[in-house]
Write a protein that binds this ligand. Structure first.
Ligand code: MRU
Length: 489
């Protein structure tokens, strides 16, 4: 049920200490950027956690007796507003504002409190949400609670999610004909989904792999969790070589192998994968905003893009398409020229589909027509995504990107790359060291006469000097990308 109306703050709980009791309060204080004053958890992504009173009413019916909501160890219980799938929305609580950053997952502690509670809380955000305090102030029981903004004009695509103990993806091989969600139940299924491009696009590959490692530990459990997660990492690292996001995500998970006790490893890996997804969603929003500064004043803004660097290629908002979505939200008229993207048709099948879903006008052109469009001045700028950006700015992206960059350079049209920090590889000095995936020649030889050979590099590398700027979550940057380097400013 969707509840958009006004709600009320029904309970406040303060966690005195980690693992300590939850103290019920009649009033408290939210502190911007920190959380509930006096609570053991402060700062970061989980500044405050919330649950829905209606869920606890339903649990009382399901279990046949009331369950103390303090068992959930959340800070605030609200009634009258639905928390389900509210990532990115802003909730007003009294005079405070909290931005929801994600869904909280129930852990083993739930079952220690009431046997079966963990499972009962698992689906549909029943365990609640967490978020950051944008505006702090006093809060008290009975304070009004209401969503402060309408949802964005479109939901982000739920490209990769964790759902019912498995990794759930939109199977992109079936688009645009069928929007099919597929549940991946084993690491091998996750690996194959990446290899066959059922899930694809650099950030989405990274997130899927992170969930794949969590899946392995989840299925194995202690004492085999660590070994299973290690093996999963090895298998997933062999799927596709170019997108550096894959290796970044796997390394991030691997850091937990030796630092988290084995009986808690599965939960920690899942949390970390959730965090990567949430960071990616936030990053997409920021790239969208940063990209506004490169759009010309002319209307409609005519943008050429290659491949698919949209919601389907990420956790949900996209990179190259994020500035277009943000512009649409601002009422700016956009006209997209989408390269078809031979041989697998990511532009034709995916970019055209997702833009059409969002109501953004799009026209398709064969890859070879991009140079003509640019030389005729039919577009104002080019924005593409990236799979790996070397330290000097050389950028690997879908095969055909280089041809577009060369043509844009010849035509004097700005050529931008939109990418998150996770796509920058400062350990790789320049493009010559970027591994480029070669795929089966069969993908190219469709309808070719027998006996003809093919060549099928999946990516090419555009030299930095052909790129006007890199649109990132930290703004529009130029080499050496100081704002993104570890410790750099
Ligand atoms: O082979 P694919 O479809 O995974 O290639 C995808 C791309 O080249 C994208 O442009 C890139 O990953 C950026 S996605 C935000």
């Amino acid at each position: 049920m969707t509840r958009e109306g006004n709600g009320v703050l029904e309970a406040i709980f303060r966690k005195r200490a980690h693992g300590g009791p939850m103290d019920p309060l009649t009033e408290g204080r939210l502190v911007a950027g920190e959380g509930l004053a006096g609570n053991a958890d402060q700062g970061g992504h989980r500044q405050v956690t919330l649950i829905e009173a209606e869920v606890w009413d339903a649990l009382a019916r399901e279990f046949g007796h009331p369950i103390d909501p303090a068992a959930r160890r959340a800070n605030l219980m609200v009634r009258g507003v639905s928390l389900k799938e509210t990532r990115g929305r802003v909730l007003g609580i009294g005079s405070c504002r909290v931005r929801i950053l994600g869904e909280t997952r129930p852990c083993e502690l739930m079952d220690q409190a009431v046997q079966g509670l963990r499972n009962a809380l698992s689906p549909d955000w029943r365990a609640g949400a967490f978020g950051e305090v944008l505006e702090g102030g006093p809060i008290a029981l009975g304070d009004p609670v209401a969503w402060q903004e309408k949802p964005m004009m479109r939901p982000p695509f739920d490209t990769v999610r964790w759902d019912k103990d498995s990794v759930r993806i939109i199977d992109q091989t079936r688009l645009p004909g069928v929007l099919e969600y597929r549940r991946l139940e084993t690491v091998e299924e996750v690996a194959e989904a990446i290899e066959t491009l059922a899930v694809r696009g650099a950030p989405a590959i990274g997130i899927a792999a992170a969930y794949g490692v969590a899946l392995a530990a989840h299925r194995a459990r202690a004492p085999e969790a660590k070994e299973a997660a290690r093996k999963a990492r090895e298998r997933l690292a062999r799927t596709r070589p170019t997108a550096v996001n894959l290796f970044g995500a796997l390394d991030r998970q691997a850091e937990l192998f030796d630092t988290v006790p084995e009986d808690r490893l599965a939960v920690a890996l899942l949390r970390e994968a959730d965090r990567m997804l949430e960071e990616d969603l936030e990053t997409g929003r920021r790239i969208g905003l940063a990209g506004q500064s490169v759009l010309p004043d002319r209307r409609p803004v005519r943008v050429l893009t290659h491949c698919n660097a949209g919601g389907l290629a990420t956790g949900g908002w996209g990179t190259a398409l994020a500035p277009l979505y943000a512009a649409q939200d601002r009422g700016i008229e956009i006209d997209v020229w989408a390269d078809e993207t031979r041989p697998l048709g990511q532009g034709r099948r995916l970019t055209a589909w997702e833009l059409a879903q969002a109501g953004i006008p799009v026209r398709l052109l064969v890859d070879g027509a991009a140079a003509s469009a640019l030389m005729r001045g039919a577009v104002d700028l080019v924005i593409v995504g990236a799979d790996r950006i070397a330290a000097n700015g050389d950028t690997a992206n879908k095969i055909g990107t280089l041809s577009v960059a060369l043509a844009a350079h010849a035509a004097g049209i700005p050529f931008y790359v939109a990418a998150p920090a996770t796509t920058f590889d400062f350990a790789t000095p320049d493009g010559s060291a970027i591994p480029v995936e070669e795929r089966s020649e069969r993908e190219v030889l469709v309808d070719a006469p027998p006996g003809v050979r093919g060549w099928n590099p999946a990516f090419d590398v555009t030299p930095f000097r052909l790129i006007t700027g890199w649109i990132t979550e930290a703004g529009v940057l130029m080499p050496p990308f100081a704002a993104l380097r570890p410790g750099g400013t």
